[in-house]
Design a protein around this ligand. Structure first.
Ligand code: SF4
Length: 210
């Protein structure tokens, strides 16, 4: 079994979106850049270039490295707003190219950053924000109990996949495959039809019920 130290926070959105996508990228090292991923990368490069600045009572720090020894995660957050001097209030902001999502994929990444900040700076973070390029607006995100639980679950799922080294079967949410940059490598429809793959998986996992 592999010994995994730190999981990249940016990888949590992959496991939340589709565990197979996470494994293809982070276990099998497959990556296909499409328009969406290229645009997201350029957007982050633009954000990454900024210097810290002070505006009134708020300090803005960009591309802040964060990690949690307890959770075994590490990454960078796009923007950290720090309000006040002695009793500081921390407000993480993550930039995304698309639109706000119904699902928690992006919010999980933000929550993981908040959990790191809480551990590193000994504070409690009640909320942060996503900034969406396509809509040019902020979405405030409550770092509540449900989001924290979803984030911890994504971290566990990512660690389990990395330790096992096994790539899960395609997601049952077929609509997600249409926007997935790995669809040509993954061939989800063929795998869903090929029941022999599940049979072999069952044989090696010891769950064969035949
Ligand atoms: S094509 Fe579908 S099943 Fe395959 S990695 Fe992408 S989202 Fe997951």
């Amino acid at each position: 079994m592999a010994d995994i130290d730190f999981i990249s926070i940016s990888a949590l959105q992959h496991v939340a979106y589709c565990p197979r996508q996470f494994a293809l990228i982070h276990v099998e090292q497959a990556w296909e850049e499409n328009y969406f991923t290229a645009h997201g990368r350029v957007l982050h490069e633009r954000v990454d270039g900024g210097e810290p600045e002070q505006r009134g009572n708020v300090r803005f720090e960009r591309t802040v490295s964060v990690f949690s020894q307890t959770l075994g995660i590490a990454g960078k957050l796009d923007l950290l707003e720090i309000e006040g001097k002695s009793d500081k209030k921390y407000f993480p902001v993550e930039y995304k190219r698309g639109k706000p999502k119904v699902e928690d994929w992006d919010r999980i990444q933000l929550c993981a950053q908040a959990l790191c900040l809480e551990e590193m700076r000994g504070v409690e973070i009640a909320e942060g924000a996503m900034w969406y390029w396509q809509e040019r607006k902020r979405e405030r995100v409550l770092i509540d109990a449900a989001l924290r639980e979803a984030t911890l679950s994504a971290i566990k799922q990512a660690r389990d996949i990395l330790v096992s080294g096994k790539t899960p079967m395609p997601t049952t949410h077929k609509s997600r495959c249409k926007a997935c940059s790995l669809v040509d490598i993954c061939v989800p429809d063929a795998l869903r039809k090929d029941h022999s793959v599940q049979y072999v998986e069952q044989l090696f996992s010891g769950n064969d019920t035949a």
